[in-house]
Write a protein that binds this ligand. Structure first.
Ligand code: ADP
Ligand code: MG
Length: 715
């Protein structure tokens, strides 16, 4: 075995290795056993401990495969002899073993000792062909944990194991350069890289493996935090224009607010104001549950910018949202500012909306106004990012719904600041557990709104299994009717627009159809409970004008039941809507369901939400629905989600998709993550580009490949 994968595995094998993520010697060294067999003390065939795990070494005497009489399939019997005794080991449906377990070979078998017809045997053991190995297995070897690797197609465990073992001896020193600083290793009694690799592939005791595993976590924690710290350091070099608080506009706005700010809003407001007053750009994430009052916080920050003579831009992911933000900002400002009889022209705040669907002429005019500085606040969609949109003095960017905007898009907007970099406030309507925020958004400062202005919400949520309990569905429709009769609005949420084919997963044949949004609307409107009610339809394929009209009709009550896709997910605000029915609820994630139901009961009145599903209580996704029904606490749900779905899944929805964290658990290793952060900041403080720690730098690129790493940038 040399130190190149190419010299040791044929192309076919390399392809199968690649499927397991092994592309290089470094990868192979880090291809760790899936589990270990931990043997008991005794290894002699005549003296095996019944019921325990044993590892034995013996010579293959005879191998025989035959069809079984009682059941379908084959049995392969292997007779082995350890010099003193013999034993018969049976394998089921592995007739190909005859080719590998040839008489004369010395093989190590590991498995549980069982008694079969009065004789001891190993039950379908794992085995390694010891003959390929270059050293004699000592009793100590046989008493060591026995590695079992993840299956790689067409490559026997024996081969994997002996290749890795050889590599551990012959690989060049570069394979063992340690990404973890010695000081850190010493402080936590972590093995160095070479020792840890040996501990994984040929441990002497199972504690060796555990000690090594701790080390792999530390590597990932440090790599992440070092990357974040390095990025933060880079950002710190950028210059921003300080935007100082409390001009007349902010003050008037605050004085005339029809309600008092929550303590949370005040605290977060101060955090933001402090950042904006600095000559380095703010880089802050604002998160909080639906309805916690983020928009207001953002608006106050924008007024601070305007007071300082700068412009503010708010980027929203959809036209519906941009339009809604625009209207609510306008309403807020009109109501507040208009109250003052002393309002001079200078104290007006001009707000504009820019979307992709506005007529080209209007857009050109707006662009001119922006560059001339006639507009103070602009709300818009991606249209704001186009090259033709220029600002006279962009001081603050608010990004609504962070994960729908890529880094390039945000960078495009930041670049519009001219000489200086605008301050950036990123808003997330998905509450983020503290531990996750610290890891996933480690390069951002974080502000949390953890209070609800209107007090806790009152949305009674119920899961309705429509197959098991069809009568409940009827009851839901009756409640829909009653809600309409009480002059309230009902949202129906549906997961898709068009009907889609249901394919048989085996054959690929079309075996049925899932209905589209028009079918479901028609069906609902034809039920006896809902007949005669006024239905409306809202989805992403409609034009902005159509969507606006439908929403306006729903607000007025001209539409009583609005059937919609998730375009209503974020921010859409219809005070009179007090009931939501989510169809095929199992198609939505926990966070999304929580977001969706946040659309009802906006005015503080009690609301109803029904999660309809064809699943039964035994199904896994039913548990998720139940969790949503049981609490209104977005933070609790976020933690539940992280725990239940596994972190990989949760992270892939964030800008973390693509990172290859394999050992670190954000939820369980939060203390390590926090400590790694401190250490990383110390390293970066003296060595911002990590030149002095090349092994760490290389490892960062391993777990955060460059093209994925940009997702993380800027949160
Ligand atoms: P979010 O964007 O966090 O979901 P919003 O900013 O849309 O929440 O606020 C939800 C509602 O609460 C809005 O109607 C807003 O005007 C109102 N609101 C915001 N702050 C307060 C407050 N301190 N007291 C009362 N109502 C508030
Ligand atoms: Mg909002």
């Amino acid at each position: 075995m040399t130190t190149r994968l190419e010299d040791n595995f044929r192309p076919g094998d390399r392809k199968n290795l690649a499927k397991r993520g092994v592309h290089s010697v470094t990868d192979l060294l880090r291809f760790f056993p899936r589990r270990y067999l931990v043997p008991g003390e005794r290894t002699e065939l005549g003296d095996l401990p019944l019921g325990e795990t044993a590892i034995i070494q013996a010579e293959v005497i005879r191998v025989e495969t035959r069809r079984m009489k009682q059941r379908k399939g084959t049995i392969t019997e292997v007779i082995v002899h350890d010099g003193k005794q013999s034993m018969k080991i049976a394998f089921f449906n592995q007739y190909w073993l005859e080719k590998s377990l040839k008489p004369g070979l010395t093989v190590v078998f590991g498995g549980k000792v069982e008694s079969f017809r009065g004789q001891l045997t190993l039950a379908s053991p794992v085995w390694l062909n010891r003959t390929e190995d270059d050293h004699e297995w000592t009793p100590e070897d046989l008493n060591s944990p026995f590695p079992i690797y993840p299956a790689v197609k067409k490559i026997a465990q024996s081969r994997l194991w002996s290749s890795i073992k050889t590599l551990l001896t012959v690989a060049g020193p570069e394979e063992f350069e340690d990404p973890l600083p010695k000081g850190l290793r010493d402080a936590h009694e972590l093995p160095d890289l070479r020792t840890a690799l040996e501990d994984m592939h040929r441990p002497r005791k199972i504690e060796d493996v555990e000690r090594a595993r701790l080390r792999w976590k530390w590597e990932e924690a440090l790599a992440l935090q070092a990357e974040f710290a390095a990025r933060k350091a880079k950002l710190a070099d950028e210059k921003a224009t300080p935007l100082l608080t409390q001009g007349t506009k902010s003050r008037r706005f605050d004085e005339d607010l029809p309600f008092t700010l929550t303590a949370s809003q005040i605290r977060v407001g101060e955090e933001i104001a402090e950042d904006m007053a600095a000559d380095r750009p703010m880089h802050r994430l604002l998160h909080g549950d639906v309805g916690s009052g983020k928009t207001l916080v953002a608006l106050r920050a924008m007024l601070t910018a305007v007071d300082s003579g700068a412009q503010a831009a708010m980027l929203a992911p959809t036209e519906v949202l941009a339009t809604q933000h625009f209207h609510s900002i306008q309403t807020f400002l009109d109501e507040q500012m208009a109250l003052s009889p002393l309002l001079a022209d200078d104290d007006q705040v001009t707000v504009a909306l820019m979307t992709g669907s506005m007529p080209a002429k209007d857009r050109r005019e707006l662009a001119l106004d922006l560059v001339a500085g006639n507009i103070d606040i602009v709300v818009g969609t991606h249209a704001l990012l186009s090259e033709s949109t220029l600002f006279s003095d962009l001081g603050l960017i608010v990004v609504d719904e962070q994960h729908r905007f890529g880094v390039e898009q945000r960078e495009a907007l930041r670049a519009k600041g001219g000489e200086t970099t605008p301050h950036t406030l990123v808003m997330s309507a998905t509450p983020i557990p503290r531990t996750v925020a610290m890891t996933v958004f480690a390069d951002l400062d974080i502000s949390t709104l953890d209070e609800m202005p209107a007090g806790p919400k009152d949305i009674a949520t119920h899961v309705v299994p429509i197959v098991d309990q069809p009568a409940w569905y009827v009851r839901v429709r009756e409640l829909m009717r009653q809600t309409v009769e009480a002059e309230k609005g009902v949202f129906v949420v549906f997961p898709r627009i068009e009907p889609t084919d249901i394919e048989d997963p085996e054959s690929g044949d079309v075996v049925g159809q899932k209905q589209g949004i028009e079918d479901i609307t028609r069906k609902l409107s034809e039920t006896p409970e809902l007949a005669g009610l006024k239905f409306g339809l809202l989805h992403g394929r409609m034009s902005t004008a159509e969507k606006d009209r439908v929403l306006a009709d729903f607000v007025k009550g001209d539409i009583e039941i609005l059937v919609s896709t998730t375009v209503i997910e974020v921010g859409v605000d219809v005070a009179r809507a007090t009931m939501m029915v989510i169809i095929e609820a199992e198609n939505f994630g926990v966070a999304q369901l929580h977001q969706l139901r946040g659309r009802v009961g906006r005015d503080g009145s009690s609301a109803l939400c029904f999660l309809l599903t064809e699943m039964s209580a035994e199904d896994e996704s039913y548990g998720r629905l139940q969790a949503v029904a049981e609490t209104l606490d977005g933070f609790a749900l976020a933690e539940y989600d992280l725990d239940a779905r596994g972190e990989g899944d949760v992270l892939s929805g964030s800008q973390w998709g693509g990172s290859s964290l394999r050992h670190l658990s954000i939820l369980r290793d939060s203390e390590m993550v926090a400590e790694a952060k401190t250490i990383a900041e110390q390293i970066v403080a003296v060595d911002p580009t990590l030149e002095a720690v090349p092994a760490l730098k290389a490892f960062i690129r391993r777990v955060l490949p460059e093209d994925d790493a940009h997702f993380i940038e800027a949160g």
